[in-house]
Design a protein around this ligand. Structure first.
Ligand SMILES: Cc1cc2nc3c(=O)[nH]c(=O)nc-3n(C[C@H](O)[C@H](O)[C@H](O)COP(=O)(O)O)c2cc1C
Length: 419
């Protein structure tokens, strides 16, 4: 169900006229000429659009918080950092149809009462940067950005900002520090960024895919949007499918689609006649489930309960030969290198977990290692400042839930009981 990416093969993303020819900017025209900001906000709330960047937080509620914050200066931001491993949907969206995301952002700016938007994206994707720069220039030339947009009296500008190649800069408060020109370090969230973000002004951040849904909701209405998906997860989801799977790439399916359909019907199953073993969602802060759970539906809450939250939508298929100790070790190694180092539970806790996992992997596991890992999981999950540390043990938690036997066997094989 290619609602978000269906136009990509039809248009040249460097030409705004192509986007206009497939109905682009009709939603913006409708919002500015026929709807008040409150009505736009109401439609997004009724659609129950949940953030696609990992948390699944209702977009309308976040928009409302920024809109109701007392300061006049407000910002809206596209999170196009996409640091999650095995995730490449946002890049496909921003490269293939940048105007769709931009249109969503302008509509959001109008509903929220923002005067400026930012697109925060990767520094290492020159084609995406070229398409975004062209989209911004052409939208300004056509009067879709700048002063008095489409004669509505609404003024709005957008600035492109490149990341600094650090995973944590995708985290909301770190991203906003980065836009200010500071080091991208997260801060405690006792005051939300939607109330105090860039330069301490109310700032609403949403993922690329979240923004891309907005023009569709305004064009076709909340009732249409909520007719697609599962009970609590509405609309479609972009998934980047990779790993041991015949067909890899970006797909779009209705929320609620069984994972079996994604892995076997769309993905074509595992190559080389091998048996699938596990499915991993959500990159280094996600989790793995055994293939026996492949009939689970793609749903924010359901997948989180199973221990493999959807995250941004990176789905990795793993075959029978996959070493589940190494999967957790590898993902944690990535996070250890990406920790900003600001808080001790994340910086030291992850480091100690990695040491133990490396020992288990390399045949030096000891009897009490799993208990120590359980303690470290508690410390990092409860004590870390931001979600990088808090969820760093999520892959390991899922391993100990579903694949504990492999860990125990490694430790036993190390002959360490006697130590
Ligand atoms: C370490 C870390 C990295 C993150 N990276 C991204 C990212 O690349 N893209 C993204 O949209 N959200 C990322 N997030 C989540 C954002 O903090 C934020 O929740 C999200 O952009 C909000 O958008 P949404 O409500 O539309 O999902 C990251 C969070 C953490 C803790």
């Amino acid at each position: 169900m290619r609602i978000l990416i269906g136009d990509i093969p039809k248009i040249d993303p460097m030409r705004i006229d192509d986007y206009l020819a497939v109905g682009g900017y009709a939603a913006l025209a409708k919002a500015l000429s026929k709807m008040t900001p409150d009505q736009v906000l109401d439609e997004v709330k009724k659609a129950n659009l949940r953030g696609r960047g990992g948390g699944g937080f209702p977009a309308g509620l976040k928009w409302e918080t920024t809109r109701n914050a007392p300061e006049k200066t407000k910002y809206v931001i596209v999170n196009g950092h996409e640091g999650e491993s095995a995730a490449f949907m946002d890049r496909a969206m921003l490269t293939g149809n940048p105007h769709k995301v931009l249109e969503g952002l302008i509509i959001g700016g109008y509903a929220i009462g923002a005067q400026q938007g930012f697109i925060y994206t990767r520094h290492d994707s020159p084609q995406m940067a070229e398409h975004l720069q062209a989209a911004l220039a052409q939208a300004a030339e056509y009067g879709l950005l700048g002063k008095n947009i489409l004669g509505s009296g609404f003024d709005f500008v957008v600035e492109l900002h490149y990341d600094v190649g650090i995973f944590v800069s995708g985290e909301s408060s770190a991203l906003m520090r980065s836009i200010e020109g500071n080091a991208p370090e997260p801060r405690p969230k006792y005051i939300r960024t939607s109330v105090s973000g860039i330069w301490d002004k109310p700032s609403n951040l949403n993922n690329v895919e979240t923004w891309a849904n907005v023009p569709e909701i305004i064009n076709r209405g909340a009732a249409w949007f909520t007719s697609i998906g599962s009970e609590k997860s509405k609309g479609t989801k972009l998934v980047s499918l990779s790993g041991h799977v015949v067909n890899s790439g970006v797909i779009e399916v209705p929320m609620g689609t069984p994972l079996r359909t994604i892995v076997f019907d769309i993905g074509g199953g595992v190559p080389g006649g091998k048996t699938p073993k596990a499915i991993h969602f959500g990159g280094a802060m996600g989790g793995s489930i055994p293939i026996s759970l492949v009939d689970a539906p793609l749903d924010f809450d359901g997948m989180a309960k199973l221990g493999a939250p959807i995250g941004a939508g990176g789905l990795l298929v793993m075959d029978e030969d996959t070493d589940m100790v190494e999967v957790a070790r590898y993902l944690l190694d990535f996070l250890v290198k990406e920790s900003c180092g600001k808080c001790v539970p994340c910086r030291e806790g992850m480091h100690q977990m990695l040491k133990i996992l490396t020992n288990i992997k390399e045949g030096r596991g000891r009897k009490f290692d799993l208990e120590r890992l359980a303690d470290l999981i508690d410390v990092t999950s409860l004590g870390s400042l931001c979600a990088l540390g808090k969820t760093s043990s999520d892959p390991l938690k899922s391993m100990l839930r579903y694949f504990k036997g492999e860990y125990e066997a490694r430790i036993a094989a190390a002959g360490s009981e006697a130590k």
